[in-house]
Each structure stands twice: as structure tokens, then as C-alpha cells.
Design a protein around this ligand. Structure first.
Ligand code: ZN
Length: 319
């Protein structure tokens, strides 16, 4: 298919890349999950036609790709994954379906991961594997949820911009500049988060949520997160873990208790009931909401989460 002439005439700079692709210049790009898809969109604007495999409201842990997801990868010029063991199912898709010359971005490249005690955190199989992991006991694993620290999110923005510049060389300077502009916005958001959390007294800075997705957030912004589940939504909380959390909620008068989008709320709701505290809402940990929800972009997600957490930590009604 030939590129449409009027577009190329008005934007001669696009001509080479667009002619190679024949799609009006949009770079076919595939991101493993919704947060990366949004970051890609923020950097590239209408220069990408992004596909997201684990979409809004989907649980990216242990995601099961469909056959149509391989089809999406066939024409990809750029792929973006999180890495650190978060999206191994995407690696398998890449191996089977992505063109050899596609530019592959690992958004966490260059980030020193924090580690945490945990069982193998992304189960591809069923209960047998899980039991095996439990029998070997806890071990240190890298925490994959690095986007929750907005300094790391800036690294994501730059890694994505560099990949985009490589996949769309005609617009390389534009993409690198857009990556810097987005990183600057994330730096301002980082300052906003610190400002919002600053008034919370240290002994009130405790949040209970479904799974250990906020380790980076906690380390960056000085909040302690406690979760009955480990760093995967696929792990199960033991009755002992739940009972010990209930004791801690009572002993420390913890008021910030949340369920998570894309994670079953059952354990958390039972835990809150038994501890006699209210669930304060729904945090977005590993996925965005749909466009009409409260977290349609990564930046909106951070504002939504912090907007719920701060009054809840203070024991106040939501503002
Ligand atoms: Zn997670």
C-alpha cells in the first residue's frame, strides 16, 4: 500500500520512514501491559500505533496470551516489556512471533532492582509448581514493580524514547525530546507525591494492600506497605500471614486498607472485616483503568493512588 501523498507532502521529514511502513508513518509497536502502553503513547504521540497485550484492568501476573496476541506481534517494529521477571509470557510471545529486526526495549534497563523475600513470583503453571516453591522456602527475588518509584519511571520514559528513536530513525530527535519532556513531567509528579505524603506523621505511614506491588513506592516515599500476598497476585496468603496482619492492624491502629484493581479482593475484604476496619477503596498497582475509569494513564494512576492513600493513612474521610 502506498502512503497517502498529501500527508507526505505536508510532512516531508516523515517520508522515508513512512514509505518503509506504508501506514501513514505510525510505528507498529507492542507493549506487554497497560502501563507501558500508556508510557509509549505519552512519548510517541500519534507516531505509534500501540498494541497492549495485558490491557486495562488485566492482571499481568501469569497472564495467558491469546493466539491473536501473536498476530499483533508479527508486524511489530518495536516491543516494550517490563523485565525483572514481570512479563515472561511476553518473552515467549516475542520468541515465537516478533520479527527478528524489531527493536526490543526492556523498560527497567539500568534500574538497580530492590529485592524482597518471596517465593518464585510469577507462576506459569498450577498448584504443583507453587507447592514446589513453598517447599524450598522463601528466597530473595527482584521486585519487578519498579514503575511505582517515579524516579525509575523516568528511566522507563527514556528507555522507551531510545527504543522508539531506533525504530523510527527519521524522527529520532523528536522522540528523544518527547522522552525528556515526559520524564520532566514524571519528575514533577515525583515532587507532588512527596509533598502530599510529607504531612503524614511517620507512625501513620502504613498501608495494607492485596499484594506486594508497592515496595518501590514505599522505599521512595517513606511508606510501609503490608500485604497478605507476596509480590505476585498468583501467590496465596497463608492463614498465619492473614492472622498476623490482623494483629498488626489492631495493634498499630492502621486505617489505610485497600483492595487492588485486577486482584481478587476476597482475602483483603475478609481481613478488613476481621480486623474491624473499612476498606478505603481500590488502588491501581499493576494496571491502568479503562478510559472512563479513575486511572486511564500512568500519571492519573499515581494521583488516584496517592489521593486515596493520604487521607486513609491520616484516618480521615477522602478529600
Ligand atoms: Zn504485581
Amino acid at each position: 500500500m502506498l502512503p497517502r501523498r498529501p500527508l507526505l507532502l505536508s510532512l516531508p521529514f516523515l517520508a522515508i520512514g513512512a514509505a518503509a511502513r506504508g501506514q501513514g508513518g505510525a510505528v507498529p509497536a507492542v507493549a506487554s501491559f497497560s502501563i507501558l502502553g500508556d508510557m509509549l503513547r505519552q512519548v510517541a504521540g500519534d507516531r505509534v500505533a500501540p498494541r497492549v497485550i495485558a490491557g486495562p484492568d488485566a492482571d499481568a501476573h501469569g497472564f495467558q496470551p491469546r493466539p491473536s496476541d501473536s498476530v499483533a506481534l508479527r508486524d511489530a517494529a518495536l516491543t516494550v516489556r517490563n523485565g525483572l521477571g514481570f512479563d515472561p509470557w511476553f518473552d515467549r510471545l516475542l520468541r515465537s512471533a516478533a520479527p527478528a529486526n524489531a527493536v526490543r526495549v526492556t523498560a527497567t534497563d539500568g534500574i538497580e532492582p530492590i529485592t524482597m523475600e518471596g517465593h518464585h513470583h510469577h507462576h506459569h503453571g498450577g498448584g504443583a509448581e507453587r507447592r514446589t516453591q513453598h517447599s524450598t522456602g522463601p528466597r530473595r527475588v527482584p521486585d519487578p514493580h519498579a514503575w511505582q518509584d517515579l524516579r525509575h519511571a523516568q528511566t522507563y520514559a527514556r528507555n522507551i524514547a531510545r527504543g522508539l528513536a531506533a525504530a523510527d530513525a527519521a524522527m529520532a530527535e523528536r522522540h528523544l525530546a518527547a522522552g525528556e519532556a515526559y520524564a520532566a513531567r514524571l519528575a514533577r509528579l515525583d515532587a507532588w507525591v512527596r509533598e502530599r505524603i510529607a504531612p503524614v506523621p511517620p507512625e501513620r505511614r502504613r498501608v495494607i494492600t492485596s499484594h506486594d506491588a508497592f515496595g518501590y513506592f514505599g522505599a521512595a516515599y517513606g511508606v510501609e506497605f503490608l500485604a497478605p500476598q507476596g509480590i505476585s497476585t498468583q501467590a496465596e496468603a497463608t492463614p498465619q500471614q492473614v492472622a498476623s496482619l490482623i494483629r498488626q492492624i489492631r495493634a498499630q491502629s492502621i486505617t489505610a486498607v485497600f483492595v487492588e484493581q485486577a486482584t481478587s479482593p476476597a482475602t483483603l475484604e475478609r481481613l478488613a472485616r476481621e480486623a474491624g476496619v473499612a476498606v478505603r477503596g481500590r488502588l491501581y498497582a499493576d494496571s491502568l483503568s479503562r478510559a472512563d475509569g479513575p486511572a486511564p494513564t500512568f500519571e492519573a494512576m499515581v494521583r488516584h493512588n496517592v489521593g486515596l492513600m493520604v487521607p486513609a493513612m491520616l484516618g480521615r474521610a477522602p478529600s
